[in-house]
Design a protein around this ligand. Structure first.
Ligand code: SF4
Length: 328
């Protein structure tokens, strides 16, 4: 089943054109055409969302897989995704659902609430493809989830305009936001977007929800340590307690560069640790994924087992009383 759902955040223009204000692209769409994201269509002078209620993937994932290391460590979260994306990263790791139209299953928000209450799940993660361009469905489902005391998590590229972001945030508990680079040129050339709106999303979201950041380090593209250091400094200027995940790129979609050298990621982590309290390496086998107290270095979360909190008293390190940025 498909529901023809009118989109939020658009304006009708002359000659049956519409302008969409959901994301920073601000597409001006002719009748019969779709926006850059492929999921918003001008039908007879009205803008409709094409992926409302369309689920292409779902799973009960460990929360660490999002990745969120500071939000209910050790728990599961019911994770769902649709299709479409408003960026065009040439190294996309989920291109089958971001840039193709795979088979989808129809679901209503209420159906998802039932599923989200099973298997030790704390709520719903909107993930796999870009959730901000699934806006109407995410907002409705998140509202329903909140009423049922479930948590809502967004795993997002952060490419959304300020007004829709601010309307969604009251329903959201945690976000993992991709900051792909600190270079606007990189965003333009490899991702088809701009850096500044993503930074704005981090700043706004961090005021009201738990934010973690992921930066995929791509061999020969954004692995310049000086530029990465600028990013780390910027994050610390917002909040040095924001957890940062530096993840390793493997060849995917259109980009054929070799996998990122592990030594580059380790060096980047060492630099990031000068500015930030919590830095993790992702997509690399055998690295230390534990959380330690930034003050006394006591082990706080042991992820060699099952993400179990081992040394917290309320929000504080049991050893030294330092406040740890973990929602538990
Ligand atoms: S959400 Fe889609 S249609 Fe709207 S501005 Fe962004 S890319 Fe264009």
């Amino acid at each position: 089943m498909k529901l023809k759902k009118e989109a939020f955040f658009y304006e009708k223009l002359e000659n049956n054109r519409v302008k969409c204000y959901l994301c920073p692209h601000g597409c001006n769409i002719r009748e019969g055409n779709i926006g850059i994201c492929r999921v918003r269509k001008n039908d007879n002078g009205k803008l409709y969302t094409l992926n409302y209620g369309q689920i292409t993937s779902y799973a009960y994932d460990p929360i660490e897989k999002k990745p969120l290391y500071h939000f209910y460590p050790g728990k599961n979260i019911f994770s769902i995704g649709s299709f479409g994306c408003n960026l065009k990263c040439s190294f996309c790791q989920n291109w089958q659902i971001a840039h193709e139209t795979p088979p989808a299953q129809w679901a209503k928000p209420k159906d998802l609430i039932t599923l989200a209450n099973r298997n030790n799940s704390i709520g719903i993660a909107y993930t796999y493809n870009e959730p901000s361009i699934w806006y109407e469905f995410v907002l409705e489902t998140a509202n329903e989830a909140k009423k049922n005391n479930l948590k809502n998590v967004l795993v997002t590229n952060g490419y959304i305009q300020e007004e829709p972001l601010k309307k969604l945030l009251p329903y959201i508990d945690a976000m993992n936001i991709d900051v792909k680079s600190f270079s606007n040129k990189y965003y333009k050339e490899l991702c088809g977007g701009e850096l500044e709106p993503v930074l704005r999303t981090v700043e706004i979201a961090n005021k009201s929800v738990l934010v973690e950041i992921t930066t995929l380090i791509v061999q020969d593209e954004n692995d310049d340590l000086e530029n990465l250091e600028k990013l780390f400094k910027w994050i610390s200027s917002i909040d040095k307690e924001i957890p940062l995940h530096l993840t390793r790129y493997y060849p995917s979609y259109k980009l054929k560069n070799e996998a990122t050298k592990i030594e580059t990621i380790v060096k980047a982590k060492d630099i990031a640790k000068k500015y930030l309290d919590y830095v993790y390496i992702g997509n690399v086998w055998g690295v230390d994924r534990n959380t330690y107290c930034p003050n006394c270095k006591a082990l706080i979360v042991d992820r060699t087992t099952e993400g179990k909190v081992v040394d917290l008293e309320g929000e504080k390190c049991k050893e030294c009383g330092y406040k740890i940025n973990i929602v538990n």
